[in-house]
Structures are given as C-alpha cells and as structure tokens.
Design a protein around this ligand. Structure first.
Ligand code: FAD
Length: 499
C-alpha cells in the first residue's frame, strides 16, 4: 500500500527478477515484486474454458493494450489476418518503436509466459563476444548449470521425435539442412517433454500440441511461476503486486529510494498511485522496460547521476523470420507442436543459427518456417523525447538487411539444393523476410558500462540492473538461459557483499 517500506523492491517478474527474488529470500531478506501485467494464475477462464487462447485465435487475452491484434505472421496465403480486439492487459506486448516492433511477455513470469521455452546455452567459444567482462570458466562450471537446473531444462526423447506426426516439420527441416551440408542439432527446452508425449497419446489435455504458445500455454511449459517464483513463494518472504507499474525511482531524503507505482485495471486505467520506500531497488523490467525507465529517470532529473551508457548498446539478437515453399512430397504436417526442438547451425561460417519453427495453421501448408538468430553488429540507443514524454529507440528497419544476408547463407543454399523458393505470403505484399520485429530485445544498460561488472548502477548505491538489459545486444542463441545464468552470478556477489 501507499507509504509502505520494503527492504528490497524488484521491478518486473521475468527471468532476472525471479532469480533475484528467490536468492534474496533464501538469504533471509524480504522482497516485494511489482509487475505491470496480470497474475495469470488468478485469472478466470474465458468463454472457451481456457485462460490462454490458441495461436490461431488471438483475442483480448492475447495482446497488451491494443485495439487490433498484431500477429507476428501478419498474413496467410497473402491475406491479412489481424482483427479488432478490446483493449486489455493481455499476455503479449507488441511494442512499436519507429523501426521495429519488440514482442515481450506481460504478466507474473514475464517472457516465460509467451516464449517457446528454447533453453540454449551458448557455445563456450562464443561466450567471450557475448559478455566480454565475465569470467567464462565460472559461468560454465557454476552459473549455467545452476540456471539450467532451476529452469528445468530438458531434451526431447529422440525415439519419439522420429515417430510423432507433430514433429514432421522438424524432420523435414533436418533433411533439408543435412542435404545442404549444414549442422542440424536438437534444441533443449523447458517444456515438459513427458507431458508433451502424454498429450500425443491423448492421456492429458493438449497444449503444445493444440496450437498454444505465444499467447500463453495452458499446460506443459515450466514457466517461471512453476519454477523460480514457486520456490520464491515457498520461502514466505516474497510478495508480488500484479497490475502495478513502476514509473519513478528517486533517492529519498530519509534514505533508500522512493518508488512511484501506478496500479492499473485490466483496461489500462490508472486506479491508484502509490509511493513506497525501498532500501534497494532491482530493475528487472526487461531490456526495453528497464532501459525506458532509466533513460527517462536520468533525463527528467530523478536519477541524474546515471552515466551516459544508460540507454546504449541495444540489439535485436539479429532476429529474422522466413518461410520456404516445399515440394508436395515434403509436407510439413497438418498438426505441428508449437515448441521448436531443433536448429540449423551456420554461426561460424555464415553468422546465423536458425530454429526450425512451427507454422501451426491446422492444415497442411507445405511450408518450412524458421526464426534465425544472426551475428549482426547493429546497436541502437534509447533516448528521452521531451516533446512526447516517451522514450524513443534509434533502430532502423534497413539494418535488418545484415541479418537477412546472414540468414540467406543457410536458406539460399537449401533452396538451391531442393529446387525450392521462399514463401511470399506470410508477412504481406510479396514480402519474404519477417524483418519488422524481434522476440529477443537485449541491452540498454550494459554490464560493466552502465553498471559495474555485477549490475550495480553507476551513480547510486543500492540500485541494480538484473535482466536482459545487461546483455549487449546478442547472445548467439536464444537468450533466456544466459539472462538467468548472469542473474545467478550477479545476485550471488551482491548478496555476499552488499546485504
Ligand atoms: P522479461 O522476461 O521481459 O520480464 C520483464 C517483466 O517486467 C515483464 O513481465 C514486464 O511486464 C515487467 N515490466 C516491464 N516494465 C515494468 C514496469 N515499469 N513496472 C512493472 N513491471 C514492468 N527466449 C529464449 O531463450 N527461448 C525462446 O524460445 C524464446 N522465445 C520467445 C518467444 C516470444 C514470443 C517472445 C516474446 C520472447 C521469446 N524469448 C525466448 C525471449 C525471452 O522470453 C526473453 O529474453 C526474456 O523473457 C527476457 O527476460 P528478462 O528477465 O530480461 O525480462
């Protein structure tokens, strides 16, 4: 409530925030978390009897405060598929900046609610370029294993993979990759693979096998509320206020920091404004959320001593999407698991790692679909716009051309080998490349630049960053395992020395 005093306040309940809350609580410290999205565990089911809709039928539950859906694949067979919806505190935010839409999870659990669960530890030889100031030996001996264990990362049963019709699309992806001489690998995931096999044999309600993923999974995925946040709650020392958005943090005369919170309803109206005092504040609002807050607080005089690195070093992890049109003999299946389980690795030679992704349309599409992560060097900056009172991002859509070129090192070759072409009907108006978005925002408060080497913000003691904004723009693979492992490393140090 207004006027409350807490030892530690964590802004955001995604990976970084959940690690901080659990480890602080285990060290005996009371933690309060604020989350602007809903606590989906307490939301009543919709008219379909489910909390989360399928990927093929997004409604108000699917999108954060939009009056029209913004589906990542905007078209099908050339036809636009977006539709009007009621503005609501839905689970997926397609946040529009001038040159890019940044997709993010909204709710207790952050991105874990909407992501594909692909849990990839980068190859050790690439780590030096991902986080150059971090000791790789420590990460690979201690913090990556700790993160993987706590997240519940597992691998698909290779025999079931060969049998199930739900991964025909991945087997076709493997065949095409290997016929062109590319390395193809399984990708670990936090989806419960035993549950998915039970879905396949019909003994449990279907989720991954019933087109659920980016608008939430009703079953099967080990999201943060089932892992880190469940453990945190069990300590009895962590409380969470959902539908509370942090808007300001400033030093308090009596010590600590005054944090202003707007409580909103599910239509987005502010129903109360509260100020709480916190001894220490962890920014864990995600790369975009944390960067926007810090840039605004520096520019508007709340935290003027933050350094000039705040808002810098933002990247899109080089995300681009593309579909290929297969021959009729390479059908990808009218049923497809929404959880990708494999990738094509051409990182060293071509700067691209491509997930073989589903296109769960519910009918045979004869399409192979991919989300590529590429080694782009492009980095954008956030800046405060005093005219609009908003934070802008300097990303330019044309920069994605670098990523497209890298992704083409894989798919041009596969098309040549197979005698196939790109799909032009998925992103609108004869557009081949999905170059308008990212699922993997990273950076904006980069480790050892905006903060010290453990996430302590320069200029203020007791303020920390502990989320994807620490990571300078690229992780070479899907990012959440690295975000989690880095948070584990940093919080251990902070608990040992600052508390
Ligand atoms: P987040 O998980 O984004 O958490 C930040 C939280 O803070 C959010 O819940 C947000 O609502 C809240 N917040 C923001 N601002 C405020 C504020 N002012 N006040 C209060 N609360 C606030 N990564 C992978 O590794 N593998 C995948 O398979 C994968 N698939 C993805 C698929 C999709 C569709 C998307 C969108 C992302 C995917 N990602 C994947 C990316 C991954 O989910 C993110 O990298 C990760 O969630 C980032 O963690 P974080 O702790 O930095 O922040």
């Amino acid at each position: 409530g207004n006027g409350a005093q807490v030892p530690v306040l964590v802004i955001g309940t995604g990976y970084g925030g959940s690690v901080a809350a659990l480890r602080l609580a285990q060290a005996g410290i009371n933690v309060h978390m604020v989350e602007m999205g809903q606590d989906w565990a307490t939301v009543a089911p919709g008219s379909d009897g489910k909390i989360h809709p399928k990927i093929t039928s997004p409604d108000h539950r699917a999108f954060w405060m939009r009056t029209r859906t913004k589906q990542p694949l905007s078209n099908f067979l050339g036809f636009p598929i977006d539709k009007n919806i009621t503005k609501h505190a839905g689970i997926l935010d397609a946040e529009d900046f001038a040159g890019i839409s940044v997709y993010q999870g909204r709710g207790v659990g952050g991105g874990s609610l909407v992501n594909g669960g692909m849990a990839v530890t980068p190859k050790r030889e690439n780590f030096g370029t991902i986080l150059p100031s971090v000791d790789a030996a420590e990460m690979y001996s201690t913090y990556y294993p700790r993160a993987n264990a706590a997240l519940g990362v597992g691998s698909i049963d290779p025999d079931w993979f060969e049998r199930t019709s739900y991964y025909q699309y991945s087997r076709v992806g493997r065949k095409h990759a290997q016929r062109s001489g590319f390395a193809w690998t399984f990708v670990p995931d936090v989806y419960d693979w035993n549950y998915m096999m039970a879905e396949d044999n019909g003994s449990v309600p279907k989720s991954a096998l019933a087109q659920e993923v980016i608008y939430g999974n009703n079953h099967g995925k080990k999201t943060l509320p089932k892992t880190y946040l469940a453990q945190a709650a069990a300590t009895g020392k962590v409380t969470i206020s959902s539908l509370h958005r942090a808007t300001s943090v400033r030093p308090a005369a009596a010590g600590g920091y005054d944090v202003v919170l707007e409580q909103i309803n599910t239509a987005g109206d502010v129903v109360a404004t509260k100020t709480v005092n916190a001894g220490k504040v962890f920014f864990a609002a995600g790369s975009v959320g944390t960067s926007k807050l810090l840039v605004k607080l520096k520019a508007t005089g709340a935290l003027p001593a933050l350094n000039g690195e705040v808002g810098q070093g933002w990247g899109d992890n080089g995300n681009v999407m593309v579909g290929r049109a297969n021959h009729m003999w390479d059908a990808t299946g009218d049923v497809q698991s929404t959880i990708p389980c494999s990738g094509i690795d051409n990182w060293d030679a071509g700067g691209a790692f491509a997930e073989v992704a589903p296109l769960p349309a519910g009918l045979e599409t004869y399409a192979s679909f991919y989300l590529a992560i590429t080694k782009t060097q492009r980095r954008a900056a956030f800046s405060y716009n005093s005219t609009t009172g908003k934070v802008d991002l300097s990303w330019q859509t044309a920069w994605k051309q670098d990523s497209i070129s890298m992704a083409k090192t894989i798919f041009d070759k596969i098309n040549r080998t197979e005698g196939t072409i790109y799909r032009t009907d998925l992103f609108g108006a004869s557009k081949i490349w999905g170059d308008h978005l990212t699922y993997h925002p990273l950076g904006g408060a980069v480790l050892n630049k905006a903060t010290d080497n453990y996430g302590r913000l320069h200029g203020y003691s007791g303020l920390y960053v502990i989320d994807g904004s620490l990571v300078p723009g690229n992780t070479s693979v899907n990012p959440f395992v690295t975000i989690t492992a880095l948070a584990e490393r940093n919080i251990e140090r902070i608990i040992a020395t600052d508390l």
